[in-house]
Design a protein around this ligand. Structure first.
Ligand code: IMP
Ligand code: MG
Length: 178
């Protein structure tokens, strides 16, 4: 697997310490009481596991599966909800966790759903945000790292379903795509 990586963008140790700080920041901001954490599968899984270990309060967990890449390295711009039923969020303080903020469509679509479904409050956190302009109205409150507008893998992020288990964020060698 390592032989497919051109270079490492963010080391495992950097991610670990950043997530501890990010969890503390989120904890300070969240209203008192339980929080419903909604993990955007599958990309948000690794980030969620690592972040939640640092959180010091009762959380309820739900997962939601979406698809927007369809196997390539560019977002299709269309977000498909794979799950037909969304978790019940009515009256709950929701923290949405995803791997990366790219076009912003995923967070936007899911946030719209949850607001309409009566969430008491809604915040989103991502491990990575690409530096780019986005034509979406919904912000992301918590960002682990800002990166350039390039395709990355690891820590939940995949290329054609692979590399999600890499403990760091890396850029693939050009040969992997051809
Ligand atoms: P959106 O464009 O913000 O809706 O992001 C859609 C999804 O595309 C993310 O949740 C990721 O699963 C995926 N994605 C975006 N950029 C990358 C990348 O650089 N590597 C792997 N997956 C990505
Ligand atoms: Mg993905």
């Amino acid at each position: 697997m390592r032989e497919d990586i051109e270079h490492i963008l963010i080391q495992e140790s950097e991610i670990r310490s950043r997530l501890a700080a990010l969890a503390a920041e989120i904890e300070r901001d969240l209203p008192v009481g339980p929080v419903l954490v909604v993990i955007v599968m599958k990309g948000g899984l690794v980030f969620a596991v690592d972040l939640l270990r640092h959180m010091n309060r009762a959380v309820e967990l739900e997962c939601i599966q979406v698809s927007s890449y369809h196997g390539g390295t560019e977002s299709s711009g269309k977000v498909d909800l794979v799950d037909r039923e969304l978790p019940s969020v009515r009256g709950k303080h929701v923290l949405l966790l995803d791997d990366i903020w790219d076009t912003g469509r995923t967070v936007e679509v899911l946030s719209d759903h949850m607001r309409r479904a009566g969430a008491a409050s809604l915040r989103a956190a991502v491990l990575l945000a690409k530096k780019k302009t986005r034509d979406v109205a919904t912000p992301v409150e918590y960002v682990g790292f800002e990166i350039g507008d390039e395709f990355v893998v690891g820590c939940g992020l995949d290329y054609r379903g692979l590399y999600r288990n890499l403990p760091y964020i890396g850029v693939l060698k050009a040969g992997v795509y051809t």
